[in-house]
Write a protein that binds this ligand. Structure first.
Ligand code: BTN
Length: 240
């Protein structure tokens, strides 16, 4: 997979989408600084710019089959990132559909965006933002995060480039497997890191008890009306 590093850009997702629109192949694009980073649901994604190893912001671009069901992709990516950074499975948890938590605080997030391509293909961009160092106090009020978790709490020597070197090949493998097998192979791995399992949550207008995820990656919400499958696209989960 081609790799590109930018000192600064608006958003690595924007760069990756433009690359696919221009007919480009698999690419991992990272940036030391994003000036217009974005998160899900139109939120801004703010990062600490105090040096290259303050945060890790990158996107993987891949042309995929247009018919592929992407509903569980951010969960499969979350499992892969968590397994690389915390192989023992003790400290990183995943909050459906796209958040990584470390010791109970948000460590990072995943933003998947797509672009139509010719020939029954669809360009898929997976943007990942991770905190390497704890955020400065003024970031408390930012849209960034509810916590201050940082990767260096797991590995004090973690740098952006070393972390990226570890993640790139496994993410590529996950995407290849997801394209042929869908989300089902990650269902059990997600269950082991599921932050919300068994807890009372709100998803959109619905409240209930989080009951794991389906083989397609839908959240299963146990309500008085039975178990409702919820799809991630426009929804977030709030722990109550
Ligand atoms: C979220 O938690 O809402 C998802 C955040 C995703 C942030 C990453 S940083 C790299 C890539 N470029 C962006 O503009 N966003 C994603």
């Amino acid at each position: 997979m081609e790799r590109r590093h930018l000192a600064e850009c608006g958003s690595t997702n924007t760069e990756a989408l433009a690359h696919l629109r221009d007919g480009g192949g698999p690419l991992l694009v990272s940036a030391s600084r994003q000036t217009a980073g974005r998160g899900r649901l139109g939120r801004a994604w703010l990062t600490d710019h105090a040096g290259d190893d303050a945060s890790l912001t990158f996107s993987v671009a891949l042309p995929m089959s247009a018919g592929l069901d992407l509903s569980g992709l951010s969960l499969a990516i979350g499992c892969t990132v968590a397994d690389v950074l915390d192989p023992a499975g003790e400290r990183i948890r995943l909050k459906w559909p796209n958040d990584l938590f470390l010791d109970g605080a948000k460590l990072g997030g995943i933003l998947i965006e797509t672009v139509p391509l010719p020939d029954q293909r669809r360009g898929v961009v997976i943007g990942i933002g991770l905190n390497l160092r704890p955020l400065p106090p003024e970031a408390d009020r930012s849209a960034f995060t509810s916590g201050h978790a940082a990767l260096q709490a797991l590995d004090p020597a973690a740098t952006a480039s070393a972390t990226l070197d570890r993640l790139a090949p496994v993410l590529r493998a996950t995407l290849a497997d997801f394209e042929t097998l869908g989300f089902a192979p990650w269902q059990a791995a997600f269950a082991r890191r599921d932050l919300a399992a068994g807890r009372r949550v709100r998803v959109g207008e619905q409240t209930g008890i989080a009951h794991g995820v389906s083989p397609r990656g839908e959240l299963l919400l146990a309500t008085t009306a039975g178990i409702l499958p919820m799809s991630g696209g426009e929804l977030s989960l709030r722990l109550e």
